[in-house]
Design a protein around this ligand. Sequence first.
Ligand SMILES: [Zn+2]
Length: 281
Amino acid sequence: MFTTHDPIPMNLFDSHCHLDKLDLAPFGESFDVFMAAAFTAGVRRMLCVAIHPERWQAMAELVSPYVIASGNRPQVWLSFGIHPTEAPEYALDAEAIVAFVQASQYRTHIAAIGETGLDYFRSGEAEHWQHERFRAHIAAAIELKKPVIIHTRAAAKDTMDVLKSENARDCGGVMHCFVEDWDTAKKALDLGFYLSFSGILTYKTAADLRETAKKAPQDRILLETDAPYLAPVPHRGKPNTPIFVRHTAQVLADVRGESLDVVAEYSTANTCRWLNLPLPA
Ligand SMILES: [Zn+2]
């Protein structure tokens, strides 16, 4: 039978999602039903990102049945931080992040720190508390020897300056939901960082981003959904889930002239290397 697209690879890794925020209505309001559907759709690994300290523990508990590898369900790793637009003025220092991670019963499943970064979209300018929190996350990541997840919006120059001045090269990290220009991509790559592409890559208006994705080195590319946000075409505007990561993978394959299988294989291998996880067999 002829299909326009390759069969769905069975080894996709959604490197950034918010599993405590999904719309579970299509899955009978059941997190377990959703996870089974994700496994069937080839999403075998996910990194679940917490964005507010008051929800860290609840999120860890929600995904806890999935942190151990099992034959027929996705495996989940965790990242803890406070999003740059979340709870303005809320102070979070490096010690608090380190203490939480070290005391957590899920410690061995915590693979990254964040998301953190700078977002001037609403403020239109630098805000001191965002910078403080950003630096705290980097310091915690260096101390914990875990990579950091970076969110940047309307603040590319300052974001890269802080990463440099705070020695983020020492922990490594990812530019999550990457939408910046090639110059910023190069700066991130020079710091040893990865670039993660989300559903934005599939949007009609994202021609420049697709050019960047075409030029990016194959061993630095990650895929993510940022679910429940930013659903890729053809689901744009609807609640996103990790199941849709394959649409972004397909567009990446198309623009780079690679097969979907090849994209799945290297993006999963890259994510494992980035998070210091064993490579899938
Ligand atoms: Zn996110």
